[in-house]
Write a protein that binds this ligand. Sequence first.
Ligand SMILES: [Fe+2]
Length: 195
Amino acid sequence: MIKRVNFQYTEDITVVNREQFEVHIRLYDGYVNKINEIDGILQNKPGREEANATFSFYRECKRGETFALNGVILHELYFENLGGGGGMNTPNPSVTEQIEMDFGSYALWKEDFVATAKASRGWAILIYDQRSYRLRNISLDSHDLGNIAYSAPILVLDVYEHAYFLQYADKKTEYINRFMEDINWEVVGQRMGIY
Ligand SMILES: [Fe+2]
């Protein structure tokens, strides 16, 4: 059984207002409920004999499993790395050093991350590629579409319309720009510190 994380809106979160945040939390709760529902179904080993890649019940379960669990994980990482409003909205030296090594400068990384977010339908993620020991900005069009195997998400930005439309309507760029000023770099540093 996967338990939901009880995220609270705080004054440090400046990229979205409380209403936008709480609507988004309800969507996150939906993914937690769905992965638990799917896990419950899979425990009963339904239709394994008839599993088929064109269409089968087992296929739907497995597709739903990846989508729902990634939906849970990516939302948790996103909510956790919000809230740089408390004055910690600059990366720590070890993160800065890695960014400069892999992107040339912080400004060049930011330019690429913002462009990646604008180009994405689902998520923009700064990942640490454990195969090549380097950072990379990646674009996901869906929870289960575009993930890089053997990589670790360091900074996660939700660019699904549900993440900003209530507050920003079609002003996606404004949402992205305000996110860039609201990154909790302390959390990002902790994630990076593992590698
Ligand atoms: Fe979302």
